[in-house]
Write a protein that binds this ligand. Structure first.
Ligand SMILES: Cc1ncc(C[n+]2csc(CCOP(=O)(O)OP(=O)(O)O)c2C)c(N)n1
Ligand code: SF4
Length: 284
């Protein structure tokens, strides 16, 4: 599909300057480069500003309940393992309401790509604290400062078993496009933590803050070293926001382990009615 063909009749309604615009553009660039279309790709999202992306990309998509994008994406992949499956999730959506799903999909190494639109708060509902909000940060729901420690999403992903774990700033469109493509090519659970400024509600994680404090993991960094990757995943502060691929491991995905779908995807298989009838008989 061309960029024009990926266009829907809807005009994006994100606030001017929102990092979601960059994610939208980078995703479409990746789709054009890789030939993603409605025969080979499906998108899922949770609920939030991030989830609106489905309205602006003309690809088959499903908006799950808040926090439930990942189980829908995993089910899609099991039903049709030929598809490129992307889950667009928010930090509240993925780490709060859907935290349990994130952990177990990573542990099972489902072959899907999770694009975490990380604006470090609940944006659609007007700026409340999420599990990614820093300790002490004042938000609508914590006017005296967030009393809780944040979750470090990449550390959680690595510890849970994700096999491709990366971070990128939404404004770095070439890198974001490249990583989306690489994450999709990876055979297993891939997570990209996308630093996505919410210009309306987050006055700390701004474009300027990311530009001033991020640095790229260099050639001497070994993404195969899990312990070092975990250490890196906890690094976040002044002049200390690493971006790049933190961890990469080659191993069979959950779908690779099912011989029943290795030759023909489930959707293309005839249901075995005889065996089902026998099964039902047992319980009638
Ligand atoms: C189970 C459930 N809890 C709460 C809500 C209300 N709700 C809708 S969107 C949202 C915030 C979304 O925040 P996040 O996932 O971080 O996405 P963002 O808007 O920041 O992109 C909340 C709390 C809901 N729809 N369902
Ligand atoms: S509220 Fe924040 S995340 Fe939502 S569209 Fe506006 S800037 Fe973007």
């Amino acid at each position: 599909m061309t960029l024009e063909e990926l266009q829907t009749p809807c005009t994006p309604n994100w606030c001017p300057g929102c990092g979601n615009f960059n994610i939208w553009a980078a995703f479409k660039n990746a789709a054009v480069k890789e030939g993603w279309d409605n025969t080979n790709t499906a998108l899922v999202a949770g609920i939030g500003c991030h989830g609106h992306i489905l309205n602006f990309v003309k690809l088959t998509s499903f908006e799950g309940l808040h926090g439930r994008a990942i189980p829908v994406a995993s089910g899609l992949k099991l039903a049709n393992n030929r598809l490129n499956v992307f889950a667009h999730v928010g930090d509240g959506d993925c780490l709060g309401e859907g935290g349990n799903h994130f952990i177990h999909a990573a542990r099972r190494n489902h072959n899907i790509t999770v694009l975490l639109h990380d604006n470090a708060l609940y944006a659609l509902t007007a700026g409340q604290t999420s599990p990614a909000t820093g300790k002490g940060v004042k938000t609508k729901s914590t006017p005296a400062g967030n009393p809780d420690e944040p979750i470090y999403p990449l550390a959680l992903a690595i510890a849970s078993g994700a096999t491709f774990v990366a971070r990128v700033y939404s404004g770095d469109m070439p890198k974001l496009t490249e990583l989306i493509i690489e994450a999709n090519k990876h055979k297993g659970f891939a997570v990209i933590d996308i630093l996505q400024p919410c210009v309306t509600f987050n006055k700390i994680c701004t474009h300027a803050m990311f530009l001033q404090n991020m640095y790229y993991l260099g050639k001497d960094y070994d993404p195969k070293n899990k312990i070092k990757a975990l250490e890196k995943a906890y690094e976040f502060g002044e002049k200390r926001i690493p971006v790049g691929i933190f961890y990469k491991e080659e191993k069979p995905s959950l779908e690779d382990g099912y011989s029943q779908i290795s030759a023909i995807p489930l959707v293309d298989q005839e249901p075995k009615l005889d065996s089902l009838t026998d099964l039902f008989k047992k319980y009638t």
